[in-house]
Design a protein around this ligand. Sequence first.
Ligand code: AMP
Length: 696
Amino acid sequence: MKYSLGIDLGTTYSVMAVVDESGKPVVLPNKEGQNTTPSVVYFGGQEPVVGEEAKDYQSMGSENVAAFFKRSMGEKYYRQEFNGKTYDTIELSSLVLKKLKSDAELQLGQVITDAVITVPAYFNNSQREATIKAGERAGLHVLRIINEPTAAAISYGMRDGQSKNVMVYDLGGGTFDVTVAAIKEESIDVLATDGDHNLGGKDWDDCLTMHVSERFREDYGLDPMDDDEAFNSILVSCEKAKKTLSARGATTVRVACGGKSGTYELTQALFEDLTSHLIERTWKLSEHALEQAGLKWQDLAEIILVGGSTRMPMIAKYIEKSTGKKPKTGHNVDEVVALGAAIQASIEAAHKEKKRPVFSLGPARKIHDVMSHSLGMVAKNTDATRFINSKIIAKNKPIPATEKKPFKIQTSPSGGNALEIYILQGESERPLDCTILGKYVVSNITHVPKGQAVIEVSYSYDQNGVVKVMAHERSTGGQLPITIEELTDDLSWTDAAPPASEVVYQQMSVLIAIDLSGSMSGRPLREAQKAAVRFVEDMNLEHTSVGLIGFADDSLVTLDLSQSDKDLAREIDRFRTLFDRGKVGYGNWGEPFTDANKLLSGIEGPRFLIVLTDGVWDRPKESIDAAHRCHKAGIEVIAVGFGEANRHFLKEIETADENALNTDITQLVSSFSKIAQVLTESGLSYKKQQKLQFFN
Ligand code: AMP
């Protein structure tokens, strides 16, 4: 049997596991026989040493020790020097992974290449990429990166065949993650995740440290916080005291500073009192995640505790008091994550080899995860007065996820045409409060002599939560090269007002009216729907509202002005049902202008009505009169005809000669795309009414 490794690469220690021959996930002990391996590296000898021995050197105060480097994962400038050689976090993490790989090989008697590695749910793109690189540098093929709480849910879901909603409350040494997941027979769907990567066991230690230091200062007038050595020693004693308080009601801490010493008693009750604000912070985040998941406390079957700090009895006590539910603590909080990773590794490996994974404990479920950061880019706000983080993929959206945005740029004939996009991760509207992933430069853009080049940029989170950006030229469909440039420039300009430019984006309103008379049956309607979908895709819905009208004997507004691509897609799709059910009849008595006039009256900004028709109308005069009332009201009418449509009639209903097009069914989609392009360009500089040319 070929094994694949599940690895929990932790800040303080790491754990590895495999699914054994009987189909059971089991933790693999390291060479020293321990289930956990300290994520500590000692550089004092010939070769770097990882694990318990390195930790011993660390406790002895050796300077040749690297620890806690996971906290700096993905940081570009983090370097440590040992014996004249510099190490970044990728290299340090790869040393830990190498040790795990080689210990696993010793145990299992085979070469191990495939692995699933877990990361905290809050890890951003650079941190995830760095983790994958560390795995590769250790000689591992990283099948997948999964979020630690998701791994815990997988491991938990495995033990229990039932469908249920669970919350994973993961409080580690320095971080807090909370995840709400639906465990189903076929899949584990993560519904929402939240957290704070500056909240963990360390904050509980700090509270105790502050408290005893304060008591010492009251007794002796000396502040141990001013003395590094004394302070560090109190920190270490307080972490120990904290752990003792997990087993006993009281303990003592001895403080020595400036030749004086004092011993202070700490009770469980005092500890809880000193740190209640910290639990409350985790609780606010938990409530938020639950709300984001669209659930209530009573919808949760279990609250699963993960992470060393959930050993503090106050955590389970608080949760039970707040929810009336006893949280799940019967498992080893240090091992569940690695076990979940092993299960996932076995599923991924089987999938790779097109085999069925063997589990003795339950079915192989698909994992649907989410990302805890929104993906966005630096853009101008609607009235171009500020730079903002314009979100592209919202947080808690299932991954993999892809969103496309078209960019229109003026090109130069001399070449060198490029598009620069600053990609961000984070929730704040202010770009500088987000993580800036880099300046993505799209180059080789072909010059468009009159007009603008349209670049389709697609932004994705892959299944590992890693960001991928691709760009295509709309006109040729060709893929454009993208380079990610180092962020050497100062981005403080994003805090200043954008330079005053000619470009003022105006909010536009566009109605699309589609002919639903009998002759539209079959392909014509399908093409019309495709054209409408394409139009919506091509418009920037941040600046444009689109509404929909269907007409035949009657006219029906099927969607009022909307900026939601989802609502628009759904309603365009519904034209089919509308047609099949004959909701507006099948004749040619109706006209959409009266409805359009009503809908667009009193709305600021440029307003447009696009009429798509394939035939002759039964009351041309009335229709033309109604169209003229639209023109008078300042609504620009664009008429697109095909099939039996009459060019002369089209010219009567549109606003200017150039706004009428008699085309054929195969050109509908590209005609609508062209209209979208002209409208978008006009919106960019639409200061006053101007003459637009849609067709030539
Ligand atoms: P983790 O990041 O999951 O390894 O969690 C490590 C954190 O758990 C550290 O802050 C430890 O001090 C804390 N921890 C470990 N064991 C206990 C315990 N018995 N009681 C309280 N905290 C603990």
